[in-house]
Design a protein around this ligand. Sequence first.
Ligand code: MN
Length: 388
Amino acid sequence: METIPKKQIAILGSTGSIGTQSLEVLAANDSLFEVYALTANNNIDLLIQQARKFNPEMVAIGNESHYNQLKDALSDLPIKVFAGIDSIAQIAEMQPIDIVLTAMVGYSGLKPTMNAIKAGKKIALANKETLVVAGELICELATENNAAILPVDSEHSAIFQCLAGEGNNPIEKLILTASGGPFRTKSMHELENVTVAQALKHPNWDMGAKITIDSASLMNKGFEIIEAKWLFGVSPDQIQVVVHPQSIIHSMVQFSDGSIKAQLGMPDMKLPIQYAFTYPDRLKTNFPRFDFDLCNQFTFEKPDMERFRNLGFAYYAMDKGGNMPCILNAANEIVVEAFLKEKIGFLQMSDIIETVMAKADFVAKPTYDDYVRTDELVRVLTTELIAP
Ligand code: MN
């Protein structure tokens, strides 16, 4: 009997929320998939535990000060151990790997994703900041190297699923749903004083700290608009955001005959993760099913761009193009960090981002080096504005 070789998977950012859920999906389908490489930035204890369970060919830790501890902890196993940001980018291009799942936080995902694309890997993209920062560059590279980019973000997976079987039927409009986050019904005055703990309490999705704050400020939705533009090749005026607090419709596509297709399900990231791994096939799961008897209404609202200014910033950055989305992302990473450390208030995040977007040097046709420079300079500029 002939056996089908198992797909070799690299998980970049294996200790985060998407990383751990990806490993659950792979463990449940271990006749089809094998973990080839695991990487993390800082969470050494969980990385050791994952390496001992999944026995990958190699592991890497971004923070080099953890190298000896990681090496010692795995010394009885034939696992190759690396440390440093560069090693993560190098692992992404290893020959035996079939699919690279990119689940690092923020800008750090850019270089490894570029390497994986250049090596022709299938990309299961969970790191949306990569497309926000350098969408044009990434899409050009993917076309040149014939590398497929499969969305893991639930909204984009929903759109991708709606497009299955549609051939070349043009998209008239993408309708991205948003839960509205924990502050959907808060007044401007209430938003002035919301706490970090309140912002970290997302009504429907259980995620890492950075993306949870981005969800509360709607920056996450702003990034997703930019992500959708690049993934599906549509123009900004073809992307509409609709607030749908139940988070059951994950997004929709409207076609040229006016027909709208939607993808629905329980809010569970394991589904889009698995679909990216198994596309175009669907594998049986025992995930909880949506029950129409328990949820008797879906509601929809227009997003409020006055309370949630980040959404407008994202549309502006997308229209402006060049390095403006990179400026937006770098400023956002710094203000989110400052908010989490209680150095600035919730509304100040948008105030500072707006100032940075006006002040930072604009580059109309950025190269990779321009993105690197923009990211560095904007981080410095934003940090100065926070602590003058
Ligand atoms: Mn999403």
